[in-house]
Design a protein around this ligand. Structure first.
Ligand code: GCB
Length: 752
């Protein structure tokens, strides 16, 4: 029988590209897996974290083996290219930092062994991801196992899978469960058992054993309400004895998509409303523990989501298992992202094969994501061909799940790429990076009207919020908790009014590291999370979703961090899934309100206030007070100016440009356009690599052209310092207006 041994402890780590021969002699640290070398520098901004080759080493004695036993090493994740040596023999190279891989080391074994692994997260042009809005932490950051199997065994060599594939087909109350396994070496039969159902023994023919079992009165895997899992085992039989065994859970469910009504699970409408997740955490990067994954899942459960987009790469098996257990519907994807690389085709294919083979049996997964925002730097023939290959591959490997893609919001809705996958989705950021909140509504209305037969969803949407930043007057680009709420209140309503959206996923459940970012009062962090990077603080918007999605009764008072308030009359906002809430000020009832999810109260401020809200058996409390001056700590540095033209040296002379002009007018003068472009380049540099690369579509260029420079500066959220705004305005004041030229719309790089 096989033996699986976790070998995470006691590795040597050399943070230098010393070469295989030097690993045990070079100065090194002692580390345990999971490990990354970018836990700190990958999260502190500057886009300067160490990307290169580092080395790991471990010695071990030869395990006790029976005749013919095969010894494998199994790496669950090493980012992003790993090479494995045993006793100076290089045994494998694996490209792809988020999928599991195995290597047979039997022939290289001696009594005492030196295992050496190089891991390289340096830039190249063939392994995805290379350009994206997150940190590519280097290291062996998921578990490592030694697996000893008999000479004949369930296949260990096919794209990291366990050689056991289960598919179920449901017919009314009965499920036909097809069981297939792949066998290496000689064996006569495989016995399949489903706990509580029965077993069947089938012969191994040409290395494959196919059988089926009927489950009558099938207990469906029914999403978050009843995620019932069956337990299956495959036993390999040789000479009448069981010599190997693999186990897998599976679930029986059906699902479908309707162009008007969205997603259906087990025949009933089941609108998918949920969040996206990145795996990393503050201080530990991607080297997270099972407890951390469990905590993430508990938070996602608490908010009441029924779906997770596991972005932008393959997640840990443990997390997919949790999704099965908690009944989450999952969008799984490979890190084919942002920038298509002509040399990366092979890597997209192998990563897609790994994704499907390793995750085939998870009932939670309902689609395979081909790519994310891949059109950002332009669509080429090679990109199209690459996608067709991946699409066909996914269909061939799995006829039970559709393919999907997350399109960038600058991809015009008529582009052929939009329609390449089976079901479509867009990442939209109107009301944050660009445009107004209602542009999201218009976008989907246009799409649905023009393509009523297509299945469309919202793969990403979100707005950054730093819990330190608080305001009575929320607006786009201010990074306050309050604007994040305004944004999500609108988006929730927008999607509720459009039941055809097959899924919506908030970007993002958790703040995450993007070392190239420097905005919103934090360096190196994307703050679109509903929960902070350390998982310790639930932002107000978290409770907005909880009110909409969760059945667990609760009431929440917003503005917990907005303690010192300057306004005469303040707004007190409450999120709850009760329909009646009562607000108390210093113990006195202010008002009892009935409504749905969002309740707002006005309160005159004077001195100190202990505010309490009660609903059913639940209550919440905050304390706030009136202060004579606005608290500067609540404002984003660089965004303190409310009206630019109240500032000294800010003018708007007749016949000359100023920041009050719309961009289309400024672009009529090459001299003024240059001033604008320089400012935009500067602002983009604060939003990381992806922002620098974005190529605008014509419709977005049109939207941008209609904006004033002043509006653009606000949207940039304080990343353009006051002194620069004054200088830009002064420079524009020196340029005479050009009135009679029509500027041609170009796909220029001028969004922020
Ligand atoms: C996107 C990307 C995601 C980014 C996000 C953002 O569309 O898919 O990786 O993190 O936007 O926050 O800008």
């Amino acid at each position: 029988m096989r033996k699986t041994i976790l070998i995470n402890e006691n590795w040597k780590f050399v943070k230098e590209n010393v070469g295989a021969a030097e690993v045990f002699t070079a100065p090194s640290d002692k580390v345990n897996i999971p490990h990354t070398w970018n836990a700190i520098d990958g999260q502190d901004g500057g886009n300067d974290y160490y990307r290169g080759t580092c080395w790991y080493g471990k010695t071990f004695s030869k395990p006790e083996l029976n005749n013919g036993d095969q010894v494998y090493l199994e790496f669950r994740g090493a980012n992003s290219t790993a090479e494995v040596w045993v006793n100076n023999h290089k045994l494998c190279t694996h490209d792809g930092g988020y999928s599991a891989f195995r290597i047979n080391i039997t022939d290289a074994l001696q009594e005492e062994n030196e295992l050496v692994v190089s891991v390289d997260n340096g830039p190249n042009d063939r392994v995805y991801p290379q350009m994206a809005d997150f940190t590519f932490y280097g290291g062996i950051y998921r578990d490592v196992y030694m697996v000893i199997v008999p000479n004949s065994h369930f296949d260990m060599d096919y794209f990291g899978g366990n050689g056991f594939q289960i598919t179920s087909e449901i017919n009314e109350k009965t499920a036909v469960v097809s069981l297939k396994s792949y066998v290496s070496g000689e064996a006569e039969a495989v016995r399949y058992t489903i706990s509580g159902v029965g077993n069947v023994q089938v012969p191994v023919i040409d290395g494959v054993a196919s059988g089926s079992l009927i489950v009558s009165e099938v207990h469906l895997w029914d999403g978050v309400e009843d995620p019932y899992l069956y337990q299956a085992k495959a036993e390999l039989i040789k000479n009448g004895h069981v010599i190997d065994q693999v186990d897998s859970r599976f679930g029986c469910r059906t699902f479908s998509f309707d162009k008007d009504k969205g997603f259906f699970l087990n025949g009933r409408s089941y609108p998918l409303r949920g969040v996206s997740r990145h795996q990393d955490r503050i201080g530990v990067g991607n080297a997270i523990t099972k407890e951390m994954m469990q905590e993430d899942m508990e938070l996602i459960k608490e908010i009441g989501a029924n779906t997770i987009r596991l972005a932008h790469y393959q997640h840990d098996q443990y997390f997919y298992d949790l999704c099965d257990q908690y009944g989450m519907i999952v969008w799984a994807e490979i890190p084919y992202i942002t920038e298509h690389m002509p040399n990366g085709r092979e890597n997209t294919i192998s990563q897609m094969k790994e994704l499907i083979v390793q995750n085939f049996n998870h009932p939670s997964i309902i689609c395979w994501g081909l790519s994310n925002e891949i059109s950002v730097t332009g669509v080429t023939d090679d990109l199209m061909e690459n996608h067709k290959i991946l699409n066909d591959l996914a269909h061939k490997m799995d006829h039970t799940r559709p393919t999907t893609m997350a399109h960038a919001f600058m991809l015009e809705i008529d582009e052929p790429l939009v329609f390449l996958p089976d079901v479509m989705s867009y990442n939209l950021y109107y009301g944050w990076y660009l445009g107004n909140l209602t542009d999201n509504d218009v976008f989907f209305d246009d799409f649905h009207k023009k393509y009523p037969d297509k299945i469309i969803g919202l793969a990403e949407y979100g707005a950054d919020a730093n819990p330190r930043l608080q305001t009575a007057m929320p607006e786009k680009g201010d990074y306050t908790e309050q604007y994040q709420c305004v944004y999500h209140e609108h988006l929730i309503q927008m999607s509720a009014e459009r039941p055809y959206l097959w899924s919506t996923h908030v970007w993002n459940m958790f703040d995450f590291a993007a070392d190239g970012r420097d905005e919103g009062g934090k360096n190196g962090i994307n703050q679109k999370g509903l929960v902070t990077f350390d998982r310790k603080y639930k932002k107000d918007a978290f409770f907005l979703y909880k009110a909409n999605w969760s059945k667990e009764p609760f009431v929440h008072l917003c503005g917990r961090n907005y303690i010192e308030r300057h306004e005469e009359e303040t707004e007190v906002k409450v999120y709850s899934n009760y329909d009646t809430v009562e607000l108390y000020n210093n113990g006195e009832l202010v008002e009892k309100q009935s409504g749905e999810k969002v309740f707002t109260f006005k309160l005159k401020l004077q001195g100190n206030h202990r505010i309490e809200v009660k609903a059913g058996n639940c209550s919440d409390e905050i304390t706030i007070c009136k202060v004579p001056e606005p608290n500067k700590a609540y404002q984003l540095e660089g965004r303190e100016v409310i009206n630019w033209f109240d500032e000294p040296d800010m003018n708007c002379p007749e016949g000359y440009y100023s920041i009050k002009d719309v961009m289309a007018d400024i672009r009529k003068s090459p001299e003024a356009a240059k001033i604008l472009d320089d400012m935009i380049i500067y602002a983009k540099s604060k939003r990381g690599d992806v922002a620098k690369k974005v190529k605008q579509s014509k419709s977005m260029a049109k939207a941008m052209n209609a904006m004033t420079v002043e509006a653009l500066i606000k949207q940039a959220g304080g990343s353009i310092p006051k002194s620069m705004v004054v200088e830009v305005n002064k420079s524009l004041n020196r340029v005479k207006k050009v009135n009679d030229i029509v500027v041609e719309l170009k796909e220029e790089n001028y969004s922020i």
